[in-house]
Design a protein around this ligand. Structure first.
Ligand code: TYM
Length: 335
């Protein structure tokens, strides 16, 4: 049996990388599988957050997911902190994972930057909480963008170590699902940097709250080189900005890069950029419209998340009870 789990941080507007690398695949998977989708507010506080903004972002991300097509009747949609078993299992995993494993995590190194001594302990142990998110449901498949691959390898290491400790195949070893044409969307200002919520420049990313004018101007201002587009995919080598825009086009149009270049090879960006912007507006503006509609009713969003949390809790609690018993904890978690 396949059980899907994935999560997204409520640390600002979702961008095109989140949408093409993850959310769109989540929507497609829910037709076939049991899916659990989580707004990971516990992860968000590994860096300082303004409480009111965190609350607003949690609702906004939930609205973006629903506007993108996550159906809360079909899938479970909730925010992480409402199901305490995530944090409970994370503690057990903190006592399974080794410092050496966490020291290898490139995302910690990037996020902590030069001032590592000042990073929170939560940021350092972020991946053990992620492992717990997945394994507290015994999820088997995890649809994510490419940047999460290393965290999923660690999740498998933790599952394996726990299984060895208790002497049985207790947890599945979850598989990453890195799907589609745009598994690593790059910044519009720099083809060597990932599109990210934390980039200081708003022009580096397209968000699901951007209107048509913003999308057009961001794409028109996107960094490119002076050459026309090649007719073959090989011609994109060493042209990171061109490759990024072509792969975004391919993902939005549900085609491959070769097909896009068959149409646009030989054309300059003066032709390609407006075509890409039109396509992005066509695909994203219905989502933005629906999101704004949902955001107007915060009570409804809160109720959806609370219902999702109850469903998630019903799945997590018995699994955590089995973990407690394997570890040797007396009694059961209160609540
Ligand atoms: P987060 O919030 O950074 O991103 C959410 C999802 O979007 C993908 N993504 C991208 N894909 C392509 N190109 C990009 N530029 C890009 N930027 C982000 C991410 O890969 C992710 O799939 N640690 C996770 C959240 C998390 C999680 C989990 C995921 C917490 N627990 C358990 C899976 C399973 C994160 O920070 O995602």
């Amino acid at each position: 049996m396949k059980r899907i789990f994935s999560g997204v941080q409520p640390t600002g507007n979702l961008h095109l990388g989140n949408y093409l690398g993850a959310i769109r695949n989540w929507v497609r998977l829910q037709q076939e599988f049991e899916c659990i989708y989580c707004v990971v507010d516990l992860h968000a506080i590994t860096v300082p957050q303004d409480p009111a903004e965190l609350t607003a972002s949690t609702r906004e991300v939930a609205a973006s997911l629903m506007a993108s097509g996550i159906d809360p009747d079909q899938s479970i949609l909730f925010n992480q902190s409402c199901v305490p078993q995530h944090a409970e299992l994370a503690w057990v995993f903190n006592c399974v994972a080794r410092l050496g494993w966490l020291n290898r995590m490139t995302q910690f190194k990037e996020k902590a930057g030069k001032n590592r001594e000042n990073a929170t302990v939560g940021l350092y142990s972020y991946p053990t909480l992620m492992a717990s998110d997945i394994l507290v449901y015994k999820a088997t498949h995890v649809p994510v963008g490419e940047d999460q691959k290393q965290h999923l390898e660690l999740t498998r290491d933790i599952a394996q170590a726990f299984n060895a400790m208790v002497g049985e195949d207790f947890f599945p070893l979850p598989e990453p699902q890195i799907l589609g044409q745009a598994t690593r969307v790059m910044s519009l200002r720099d083809g060597s940097a990932k599109m990210s919520k934390s980039d200081a420049s708003d022009f580096s990313r397209i968000t699901l709250t951007d209107d048509a004018d913003a999308i057009m101007s961001k794409i028109k201002k996107a960094k490119t080189d002076p050459e026309p587009l090649p007719s073959e995919v090989e011609g994109l080598e060493d042209r990171p900005e061109a490759r990024n825009l072509v792969s975004i086009f391919a993902a939005l149009a549900d085609r491959d890069e070769a097909g896009v270049l068959a149409d646009f090879g030989g054309q300059g960006f003066g032709v390609f950029k407006p075509a890409l912007a039109e396509l992005a507006i066509e695909k994203l503006s219905p989502i933005t419209g629906e999101m704004n509609r949902l955001m107007a009713d915060p009570g409804y969003l809160d109720q959806i998340l609370a219902t999702g949390a109850n469903k998630a809790y019903a799945l997590a609690r018995p699994i955590m009870a089995e973990v407690r018993q394997r570890v040797g904890f007396l009694g059961s978690s209160a609540g």
